[in-house]
Design a protein around this ligand. Structure first.
Ligand SMILES: Nc1nc2c(ncn2[C@@H]2O[C@H](COP(=O)(O)OP(=O)(O)OP(=O)(O)O)[C@@H](O)[C@H]2O)c(=O)[nH]1
Ligand SMILES: [Mg+2]
Ligand SMILES: [Zn+2]
Length: 359
């Protein structure tokens, strides 16, 4: 990305974001995070590229997604040599997963994304359970998911794969691409448009960066070299990056995800499994858990072959995961409350000890 002649409009500024910016004091420099890496936010503003640290009041809320991430609109303060991200503007969408390193924390992968391409390579049969997980994550973010089955040139039966994926992705388009012969790239490009922001997620090696390069018409992102000995699952892309495409669209390339842990994504889950939610309307009990209750329409659908057992199992697993995360969020909140209460008690004690209470 060139650092001089970028306008905020070219970075995807909408009137809603412009209004958010206008609601803050004018002394700040507005910009968009084009890359987040090792605690630094690379912020593009109308004045250039700034490598900024988040202000301490943001660091305090790191566990709740308070830190700037790629795609965020931010306001910069501090001075020219040491810019600080002072404000992270309200996000329109945020793709959140459970932090793989901390069970009770979330990690935001990207913010203010309109559309998410969920990529899966067709070199192997599609991993339906993983796609279901990613769909729940994306629906929950507020962005529109689109599934992109890559490496179609390596598939024995593209139609079968498409059909299998279509059967678990309601209200979601399923596209196939091949960077080897250019097939389907236009379909992906047509979803992008001036000022629209897309993001790519999916396993490492699924061809996300290759797709970005195809859309950009040049090699802007490094891709994995084809090497037979390269079987270590190395990640080629290491940071999340927002790239401006020649036609005015924006796309966020991300490093491949090993684990896609669910965060507090009950709504996204309901949307990703709308077929089961719909069947559940027919259960005798409103709070039916579809676990052997009489008059369960969901289990009846499994029995009749209408609903694959695999899908119900997948739904249950994800539901259990979300419930577990919520328990952990609750425990963390209680611990934090306890700690705060202790500090407050000590503060009050000190206050009286200093003789203030005797007047
Ligand atoms: N045959 C074929 N190979 C492809 C296609 N797309 C990507 N590849 C190859 O797959 C390998 C991985 O592609 P990348 O684009 O680096 O994958 P990535 O998803 O960005 O991987 P990470 O950055 O590690 O997450 C490279 O060797 C690409 O050349 C395709 O459509 N067909
Ligand atoms: Mg990559
Ligand atoms: Zn039921």
């Amino acid at each position: 990305m060139t650092s001089h002649d970028t306008t905020l409009e070219e970075l995807g500024l909408s009137s809603a974001v412009a209004a958010l910016i206008a609601a803050h004091p004018s002394g700040f420099t507005p910009g968009r995070v084009v890359r987040s890496d090792r605690g630094y936010a690379f912020v593009q503003s109308a004045r250039g590229l700034h490598v900024a640290k988040p202000a301490t009041h943001l660091v305090k809320h790191a566990d709740d997604g308070g830190l700037p991430v790629v795609g965020d609109w931010v306001l910069l303060g501090g001075d020219e040599s040491e810019p600080l991200v002072e404000v992270v503007l309200e996000r329109t969408t945020a793709i959140a997963r459970r932090d793989p390193g901390h069970a009770a924390r979330m990690q935001i992968l990207a913010a203010n994304v309109d559309i998410v391409f969920i990529t899966h390579p067709l070199a192997e049969p599609p991993n339906l359970s993983r796609i279901e997980r990613e769909l729940a994550l994306v629906w929950d973010s507020g962005a529109q998911p689109v599934i992109v089955l890559t490496k179609a040139d390596l598939s024995e039966d593209v139609d079968a794969a498409r059909e299998a994926v279509g059967g678990i992705a309601f209200g979601v388009d399923v596209l196939t691409t091949s960077s080897a012969n250019g097939a389907g790239i236009e379909d992906v490009a047509s979803r992008l448009g001036h000022g629209r922001t897309a993001a790519l997620i999916g396993p490492s090696g699924s061809g996300k960066s290759t797709l970005v390069n195809a859309l950009a018409g040049q090699d802007v992102q490094e891709t994995r070299e084809v090497r037979v000995s390269d079987g270590r699952g190395r990640h080629t892309t290491v940071s999340r990056e927002l790239i401006t495409l020649p036609d005015g669209g924006l796309i966020i390339d991300t490093p491949g995800l090993r684990a896609v842990g669910m965060w507090d994504s009950a709504e996204g889950l309901a949307q990703a499994f709308s077929d089961i939610e719909e069947l559940a309307q027919g259960c005798r009990f409103r709070d039916c858990r579809h676990e052997g209750e009489p008059g369960c329409a969901v289990e009846a659908a499994v029995g009749s072959g209408e609903l694959p057992e695999r899908r119900l199992t997948s739904f249950r697993e994800l539901q259990a995961e979300v419930a577990h995360v919520n328990t952990q969020i609750g425990i963390r909140a209680r611990l934090e409350k306890k700690r705060e209460d202790k500090v407050l008690a000590r503060t009050i004690k000190d206050f009286y000890r200093q003789g203030h209470g005797h007047k």
